[in-house]
Write a protein that binds this ligand. Sequence first.
Ligand SMILES: [Ca+2]
Ligand SMILES: [Ca+2]
Length: 100
Amino acid sequence: MRPVDNDLELDTMQPRQAFFALQQEWLVAGDFDYDQDVDQSDFSLFQACLSGIGATASDPACQEADFNGDRDVDQSDLELFEKCASGPGIPAVAGCLRVD
Ligand SMILES: [Ca+2]
Ligand SMILES: [Ca+2]
């Protein structure tokens, strides 16, 4: 997790930033049905949350689909979902959202 220097005397990290930083490092993203894989079933749930650029996901359950933390579920999140897709019955990789 890399806090961003915000040029204030006391550097702070907002809870939402911290959540997404932790998600990128440690969590399995995209496993919406919690069966350890990221497959077509998860995509169906993700697709239901797609809101488009700048649109806010109205369902609180869709906040998990906002992989990049910009408060919408759009093409950028879809690209991250595809990055984490593992296939049916294949365990997803923790930290698959990490940008190296
Ligand atoms: Ca799954
Ligand atoms: Ca997003």
